[in-house]
Design a protein around this ligand. Sequence first.
Ligand SMILES: NC(=O)c1ccc[n+]([C@@H]2O[C@H](COP(=O)([O-])OP(=O)(O)OC[C@H]3O[C@@H](n4cnc5c(N)ncnc54)[C@H](O)[C@@H]3O)[C@@H](O)[C@H]2O)c1
Ligand SMILES: CCCCC[C@H](O)CC\C=C/C=C/C=C/[C@@H](O)[C@@H](O)CCCC(=O)O
Length: 254
Amino acid sequence: MELVGKVAIVTGAAQGLGRAFARAMIQRGAKVCISDQNVEKGNTSCVALRKELNTADVNFVKCDVTQQDDMKNMFDDTVRRYGGVDIVVNNAGIMNERTWSSCVDINLKGVIQGTLLALEHLQERGGVIINISSIAGVVPVAGAPVYTATKHGVIGFTRSCSVNPKVKAANIRLACLCPTFTDTPILDMTDDHFTSWSSRQNLWKDVEQLGIMKVETVAQGFIQLLLDKDNNGAIMTISPNRGIQTKYYPKARM
Ligand SMILES: NC(=O)c1ccc[n+]([C@@H]2O[C@H](COP(=O)([O-])OP(=O)(O)OC[C@H]3O[C@@H](n4cnc5c(N)ncnc54)[C@H](O)[C@@H]3O)[C@@H](O)[C@H]2O)c1
Ligand SMILES: CCCCC[C@H](O)CC\C=C/C=C/C=C/[C@@H](O)[C@@H](O)CCCC(=O)O
């Protein structure tokens, strides 16, 4: 897939991985809507990206992924501004075992809602949906069971959509990105983010064992996943130990 002139939406892109994904796509010629619930950080990042990359092809739209009206508006605004949508990156996510219900609302329900709207918008012209899971989407994590459940859910949902014949016929591709720990503000956890059935200390043991990657490393894998036109249903893991790996798990017969 060539990115020049393509139109992308990234949720949760005011900072961290979402902003890095947006930046990598703009650098390759895409027009990008960055959205986030945090208006101040979103606007600041948008101005910074315009300046750094010397482009007008990035804009910010306020969108809380738990709010259906915000999500619809994000798509409608992008269509009005750029004429359509080609790429949707459902990236917004949090780690909070204490407020676990909002963790499910944002990490899983937000991705489902974003994907369903994306499928509607892409069904005439085709396109790509990348859903951001985590290595916690493929391994059990004692320190963060709710976060882990949401990331497993993202993979199950994305792979199920990818084997739908209607999706294939519409020339839509779906894939998941599963990084290990990466240097973003999500790692600034305190004990308040945990319960007696989860543990910052346990999670931090995993961090110490695996190390912390740079956002640029993950953005490199993201671009690889986006450009590979034959990877519908793929799960890409990225870790310091094993680097970038694309995996295909067994498919159901349809
Ligand atoms: N950093 C890591 O170690 C790591 C590893 C694997 C996967 N991930 C996943 O990558 C994604 C991005 O995480 P990050 O590390 O950049 O985190 P981050 O905290 O730096 O950024 C997350 C962004 O999501 C936004 N957000 C939170 N709730 C939202 C909502 N309701 N609606 C819209 N936006 C919302 C935040 O404002 C923030 O800008 C998440 O899904 C996360 O689970 C992160
Ligand atoms: C506060 C953290 C929020 C972000 C967390 C990220 O999503 C990172 C993933 C979380 C947990 C990771 C668990 C690691 C488990 C390891 O024991 C190991 O099994 C993983 C091996 C991966 C590899 O080497 O490829």
